[in-house]
Design a protein around this ligand. Structure first.
Ligand SMILES: [Ca+2]
Ligand SMILES: [Ca+2]
Ligand SMILES: [Ca+2]
Ligand SMILES: [Ca+2]
Length: 90
């Protein structure tokens, strides 16, 4: 591979930019708007503490649709957890 000086310096410049970008990203702490320790990009329940889950269904209390039962169980797939199924709604 033969590169002239100009090409070589361009290549080095790109490499430097790439490396500094990586370093900056590593140092930068991810944004955590609700300060629950979970970065915004992975926050299950923005605005509430993801760690609090009283019924243990994996849905944080702040976003729990059906407190006291598993929000992920939805037999008829209508978006209402079985534990809080409102049959009149069907
Ligand atoms: Ca968060
Ligand atoms: Ca949260
Ligand atoms: Ca829950
Ligand atoms: Ca629940």
């Amino acid at each position: 591979m033969l590169l002239n000086t100009r090409e070589m310096s361009l290549l080095l410049l790109c490499l430097a930019a790439l490396l500094s970008g990586c370093v900056t990203n590593q140092i930068e702490t991810p944004l955590d708007s609700d300060d629950d320790g979970v970065p915004d990009s992975e926050d299950v329940c923005p605005g509430y503490d993801d760690e609090l889950d009283a019924d243990g269904d994996g849905v944080p209390d702040g976003c729990d649709e059906c407190e006291g039962s598993d929000d992920n169980e939805d037999e008829d797939n209508d978006g209402q957890p079985d534990g809080c199924q409102d049959d009149e709604d069907q």
